[in-house]
Ligand binder design. Structure first.
Ligand SMILES: Nc1ncnc2c1ncn2[C@@H]1O[C@H](COP(=O)(O)OP(=O)(O)OP(=O)(O)O)[C@@H](O)[C@H]1O
Ligand SMILES: [Mg+2]
Length: 384
């Protein structure tokens, strides 16, 4: 219904030749949607398809060809997204294998660039691969910041894309110089300028993000784990900065840092300062999560990070995000599962996969708002 304020939802989707779904149609509820089934039946594949409509790509596959049904030549996804204001959008992604070509259409029209779609239909995904946010290296945490910030700010995404371009060019020039031993004047300078301009904005935004995110993560952590543990998040900038610096201050410092490292950069053929070397330090009771946290603490913090991402995005975006929870309950005790479900019930549209249907117990009232689906060998049917 146009004009009725609500949460943004995906009301329906059709998957054609997408992974093991040859032809699957789903009508979603606007609350919790649970996808139940044994291992390997196609539950995660449904969330992956949903993420395609929002992010233009999979949240974990490395390429589009990988998700085309084996033996098939193309996949086709199509769905209806209803905005907070009640406006219906038909979104379609189709991709062929040979030649590999991806078409993205919103209401029949391709966006100028795929990047223009990011953030339009915001989504937060929690999947087992995300474990690397708390376990893995800095790149995983930069990815986490980027995906969150890109969906709330088109300008940030633009800066990231331009920064990557400048970094690639600059590294290529430095590597070339290393093999040839000469660096013609004026070749690297324009890329250094771009690197500093975009890099300072990115770093400044990320520092602000870490500060703003702190209260979200604390609230999220408390909602699933009321005990006396204190999560912490700190931004570690990939160049020298001082607290209170504005963007111009960041730029001056990055520029100076690059200048100081110039001889080493030439020797190693690499850009040695900038936000591509940033990290986020995650702690529980002031101890480094990466090194000291237990399995359960890792998982709890990860879930809290994602709930915080959701609340951060909802606060800063004019659309309510969709929340995709892939296999979130494994490794968590009953009390935590119960709290997560109670929390999820108060959000917008949530999609949950699990092999263990019993986890829901009586926490969720199934019907039109909250729906249950059985997923079996690439099919999906709604349960009563
Ligand atoms: N490109 C593809 N074409 C056809 N089938 C595929 C393709 N990629 C994966 N599959 C199949 O999809 C199935 C896995 O689906 P999915 O990952 O959604 O399972 P799941 O229900 O989430 O299982 P689990 O509970 O183990 O996570 C496997 O049977 C796999 O063989
Ligand atoms: Mg799965």
């Amino acid at each position: 219904m146009a004009g009725t304020p609500q949460n943004m939802i995906l009301s329906r989707i059709r998957l054609c030749n997408f992974r093991n779904h040859t032809a699957t149609s789903i009508e979603f509820g606007d609350g919790i949607n649970a996808f139940l089934g044994e291992n390997g039946q196609g539950k995660t594949n449904i969330l992956e398809a949903v993420s395609y409509l929002s992010l233009t790509k999979s949240f974990y596959a490395s390429g589009d060809a990988e998700v085309i049904g084996i033996g098939g030549e193309a996949f086709d996804l199509e769905g209806t997204l209803v905005s907070d204001a009640g406006v219906h959008h038909q979104v379609r992604v189709a991709c062929t294998r040979m030649p590999q070509e991806k078409k993205f259409l919103v209401n029949g029209t391709p966006p100028g660039r795929l990047a223009d779609v990011i953030g339009r239909f915001p989504v937060v995904v929690l999947s087992p691969e995300n474990g690397s946010i708390t376990f893995g290296g800095p790149a995983e945490r930069r990815k986490f910041m980027d995906l969150t910030l890109s969906q709330v700010s088109g300008a940030y995404l633009e800066d990231i894309l331009e920064y990557r371009k400048a970094l690639r060019q600059r590294n290529r020039i430095l590597a070339d110089n290393r093999t040839r031993g000469t660096l013609p004047p004026g070749v690297i300078e324009p890329w250094t300028e771009s690197l500093v301009a975009y890099g300072s904005r990115i770093a400044h935004r990320r520092a602000l993000f870490a500060a703003e995110f702190r209260s979200h993560i604390l609230n999220a952590y408390r909602s699933i784990m009321p005990e006396a543990e204190n999560p912490g998040i700190n931004y570690l900038c990939g160049f020298e900065t001082k607290e209170g610096d504005d963007v111009r201050g960041y730029a001056a410092r990055l520029s100076a840092d690059l200048e100081a490292r110039n001889p080493e950069e030439r020797r190693r053929g690499l850009t040695l300062a900038g936000p591509h070397r940033d990290d986020l330090r995650l702690t529980i009771n002031a101890m480094d999560v990466q090194r000291f946290a237990s399995q359960g603490q890792h998982k709890t913090l990860l879930v809290a990070l994602k709930i915080a991402e959701y609340s951060y995005m909802r606060e800063r975006h004019n659309e309510t995000p969709m929340f995709l929870l892939d296999d979130v309950f494994s490794e968590l005790d009953k009390a935590r599962v119960h709290r997560i479900l109670a929390f999820a019930g108060g959000l917008g549209q949530v999609m949950i996969t699990t092999t263990e249907g019993t986890v829901f117990g009586r926490s969720v009232a199934w019907g039109n708002h909250n729906r249950r689906f059985a997923v079996e060998r690439g099919t999906c049917s709604q349960e009563a």
